[in-house]
Design a protein. Structure first.
Length: 411
């Protein structure tokens, strides 16, 4: 019996030794990868050791540490850090930073901080730009947004955003602008992306921008005139909704969407030299209040003329007793105006199955290095974008040199 136990023990030991022999191990493949732990410092320390001296000086004087702490323990951040040249170009010299109040620096810095970890692996997995919230909030404005797990827009405090993607050359695209191809710096509590410009947060609505820019006098005068006529005809019972989203809804709420702004020259190419010319067109079919059914009848002809500058949303499918689907924010910067990226984008959802979704109405191209836009299937000349990515509270304004017209529009 003892011999049997002894032989069994020897067998087990021999088997264990055999399993440790090299001929039974998986062969190695490729060259050894050197290990370099770059995340040995936190964001504040890592920034202090970098060449971003001015951004770091602003951080040191600000209350940014307290703002980061408010986001919660264990949070990792992405810092979009302008280099010294960008800070100087924007007026943030050493002297200016020393003289600036901490609150002003807080706002500037917070617009460059995302409460998430955004590395190259995440960006490569994207299709086009993705909206990323910053830690900067507006003290008064609200915004309509769809929260995770819901399909219904809800009003919440306005948060400033960055729309971020990778360019074909590997550069970091932020709000349509290439901020340079730089190697990110990894910290224990986040990542620092060097950028070659100070990021400018929006300070006005779309309509406020259009009103102060002399290129859009015809459009803004038209909006004013049609609003006045509508108010008079509706006797104040029915608010006008066309172009309402270009301003603050009820003076306070932002509805997000990009807008294709027609210049005075664009109207003149179509034969309209003034807002008065457009109101003459409107005289064909003016809105009025039907007292029998107590509703407004007719819209303005110019609403149809300009519908596709706002994505053609006025033609969204609806069902009498249910309405339409939930609108999706068309927050597309110039790098996203590509059929391969947004060609199948749904401007509204299917409306609970009662109405069909409303697919992308516009077709994008390129001519002479400029992005072009036209209505899908239209034989009208495409409009070219003269200036893109003008940031507003609602999103980017793209300035176009022609009216974006469907074949159905007659004038």
């Amino acid at each position: 019996m003892r011999k049997i136990l002894l032989y069994a023990l020897l067998f087990v030991l021999t088997l264990a030794a055999a399993c440790r022999k090299a001929e039974f191990q998986q062969p190695l493949h490729g060259e050894p990868v050197p290990y370099n732990d770059t995340a040995r410092y936190d964001l504040k320390s890592l920034l202090g050791m970098s060449s971003h001296k001015l951004f770091n000086a602003a951080w040191q004087k600000s209350n940014l540490n307290a703002l980061l702490a408010q986001e919660g323990n264990g949070m990792r951040f992405t810092i979009l850090a302008p280099d010294d040249g960008a800070m100087t170009a924007a007026g943030y010299t050493s002297e200016a930073i020393a003289a600036a109040p901490a609150s002003a620096l807080d706002s500037m810095l917070a617009f460059h901080v995302l409460p998430e970890y955004l590395d190259t692996a995440v960006l490569r997995g994207q299709k086009g730009s993705v909206r990323r919230k910053t830690i900067l909030h507006h003290n008064m404005l609200l915004e309509e947004a769809v929260s995770p797990g819901s399909s219904v827009p809800a009003v919440q405090p306005y948060t400033y955003k960055q729309f971020i993607a990778l360019a074909a050359d590997g550069g970091l695209l932020i709000n349509g602008k290439n901020t340079g191809k730089h190697t990110p710096m990894y910290a224990t509590n986040g990542i620092i992306w060097p950028v070659n410009q100070l990021l400018q947060r929006p300070v006005e609505s779309v309509i406020d921008f259009l009103r102060r820019d002399p290129r859009f006098t015809i459009f803004t005068a038209l909006i004013q005139l049609t609003n006045e006529v509508w108010e008079m005809e509706s006797m104040g019972y029915f608010p006008r909704t066309s172009y309402n989203d270009l301003g603050l809804v009820d003076g306070l709420t932002v509805r997000s969407s990009a807008f294709f702004a027609p210049t005075d020259a664009a109207f003149q190419k179509a034969g309209f030299n003034s807002a008065a010319d457009l109101m003459t067109l409107n005289a064909r079919s003016m809105p009025y209040l039907d007292w029998d059914y107590f509703q407004m009848v007719n819209g303005f002809v110019t609403d149809s003329l300009l519908a596709y500058h706002n994505w053609g949303r006025m033609y969204t499918p609806t069902e009498p007793s249910y309405g339409g689907g939930t609108p999706a924010a068309a927050m597309f910067y110039s790098n996203d105006l590509d059929n391969r990226i947004i060609g199948n984008f749904e401007l509204t959802s299917s409306g609970g199955g009662r109405v069909p979704p409303y697919p992308m109405t516009l077709d994008f191209g390129n001519s002479g290095g400029r992005i072009t836009v036209k209505v899908k299937g239209s034989n009208r000349p495409a409009a070219a974008i003269e200036e893109a990515d003008i940031n507003t509270f609602q999103g980017p304004v793209h300035v176009v040199d022609n009216l974006i017209l469907s074949d159905k529009v007659k004038y």
